[in-house]
Structure formats: C-alpha cells, structure tokens
Ligand binder design. Structure first.
Ligand code: B1M
Length: 209
C-alpha cells in the first residue's frame, strides 16, 4: 500500500493520492508511517530522480502538489492537543527559497502539539521575520532552508532580530535538509532540528524553561 502511495506522489497524481492515503488510514496504517514511509520517502525519490537528470523542475512541482494533497488528508490526524498560549512561534522558509513542504510539516506538527504558529510562508526576508517576531512578541522563530545557497540567509535573520533589539526575547531554531547542528552553531541559532518531530520536542524544551 505504501509502495503504491509513493508511486502516486512520484507520478504527481494529486487526486488519486487522496484516496490512497484515506485507504491507508482505514487499513489502520499509523499516520506517522504514512507520512515517513509514504509521502516523505516519495519526495526523497523525486530528489534522486532530479539529481540523475530523469526529472526536471515541472515534475518536481507536480510531485510536490501531490505530496501536499496527501499531507492535507493526514493533517487532522496529527492534531493532538488544545492550543497552548505559552508562546507564539513565527515560522517561515528563508528568502530566495521556495521549498515549503518541510516547513509546512513543522507548522502542522507544532500546531498539532498545541502551539500557536504564525506561518509566513516561503521566500521570507530577514526584515519580515524580525518585524513579525517583534509585533507578535514571538517566543520562537523557526527558519527553514532547503538550498545550500539560501541557508546562509539564516545568519541574516539572526542579525535582523539583533538589530531590532529583541534577540534576548526570542529563541531561533533552524532546520532543513542542508542544515546541520554545526551550521546552527556557526550562525548563532539557539537550536537545530533534523525533522519536524524533533522540532516539536525542541520547542517544548525551550518553552518549558
Ligand atoms: Co528543489 N531542490 N529546487 N524543488 N527540491 C531540492 C532541495 C534538491 C536537494 C534536489 C536535488 O538536487 N536532489 C536541490 C537542492 C540542492 C542544494 O541546494 N544542495 C533542489 C534544487 C537544486 C532546486 C532548484 C534550484 C532547481 C532549479 O530550478 N534548477 C529550485 C530552487 C527554487 C527556489 O527555491 N528558489 C528548486 C525548486 C523546487 C520546486 C519548486 C520544484 C519543488 C518545491 C515545491 C514546494 O516545496 N512547494 C522542489 C522539490 C519538491 C524538491 C525536493 C525533490 C523535495 C523537497 C521536499 O519537499 N522534501 C528536494 C529533494 C529532497 O529534499 N530530497 C529538492 C520533503 C520534505 C518533507 O522534506 O523539506 O527536507 P524537507 O523537510 C524535512 C527536514 O528537512 C526538516 O523537517 C522535514 C521532515 O520532517 N525541516 C525542518 C525542514 N524545515 C525545517 C525547519 C525546522 C526544523 C526542521 O525548524 C524551523
């Protein structure tokens, strides 16, 4: 069932994927497994097809559309708790980067854990991150980047936050495929998470202290 689901994403079948995910849920496959071994695994294969030159940007785009359609089906199943008012989280993909699927997943899982998330979308400038964080009195700012060229923007977001004089009020966490703990330390972020579940655990730890 998960094999078939992966193929539907890879082929960009954004209508059939909805019934496939619904069937998997009905069959009792845990949603985390559908997410990890079905939808996310399919995007990894799409990345490999792109690297080999078998797929181009349009094929990646239709696969991304199918992934999002599948994600929308499991989204309500990821929500577990009531909204927690312990702090607003401002989230976005950094400037110049259009990849938003991983960031969306982090958003869904944080909301699922009960946090109030302000999702700024993709291609967000450092100034927007900083000004929204100040305006909404965010406790955490989450930055996502999927390109080695755009991850450098994370340092600029930290500078913009510093420039507005709110660095002491806000924790900055970073993530995305090319980002590492070493890179997070280099830019002066407060935390790094390799995946959405770890991002939730990290935020929980940060907001408890
Ligand atoms: Co692009 N792309 N893409 N792409 N794309 C990658 C990233 C790439 C690795 C493909 C490859 O070559 N194998 C490569 C980057 C290479 C590099 O920089 N080293 C690449 C490239 C080159 C490009 C273009 C430059 C292609 C071109 O135009 N020639 C271009 C850039 C456009 C731009 O952004 N300016 C481009 C465009 C696109 C599309 C628009 C077509 C599309 C994105 C659609 C969309 O997102 N709406 C796309 C896609 C789909 C991909 C791949 C295939 C899949 C990405 C994805 O959604 N993965 C990707 C290959 C790959 O990743 N294997 C690829 C699934 C998602 C769930 O995983 O986002 O990693 P991910 O999120 C993970 C973790 O990283 C983490 O949690 C999630 C899992 O739980 N995480 C966080 C993410 N953010 C976090 C934040 C956190 C914590 C954790 O805290 C705040």
């Amino acid at each position: 069932m998960l094999d078939a689901m992966r193929n539907l994403v890879i082929e960009g079948k954004n209508v059939d994927i909805v019934s496939s995910v619904n069937e998997a849920i009905k069959a009792g496959i845990p949603v985390r497994e559908i997410l990890q071994d079905g939808l996310i695994a399919a995007m990894d294969e799409v990345g490999q097809l792109f690297e080999r030159g078998d797929y181009y940007v349009p094929e990646m785009l239709v696969a991304a559309r199918a992934m999002k359609a599948g994600l929308a089906v499991i989204q309500p199943h990821l929500v577990e708790n009531e909204i927690d008012d312990s702090g607003v989280i401002v989230l976005g993909t950094v400037e110049g980067d259009l990849h938003d699927i991983g960031k969306n997943l982090v958003s869904v899982m944080l909301e699922g854990a009960g946090y109030k998330v302000i999702d700024l979308g993709a291609d967000v400038t450092p100034e927007i991150f900083a000004s929204v964080a100040r305006e909404k009195q965010a406790k955490v700012v989450g930055l996502s980047a999927l390109l080695t060229t755009t991850m450098k923007k994370m340092g600029e977001v930290l500078e913009a936050i510093e420039d507005l004089g709110i660095r002491h009020q806000v924790r900055v966490i970073v993530g995305g495929a090319p980002v590492t703990q070493e890179f997070a330390d280099e830019v002066g972020a407060d935390g790094y998470a390799p995946d959405a579940s770890t991002a939730v655990a990290l935020v929980k730890r940060m907001l408890q202290v």
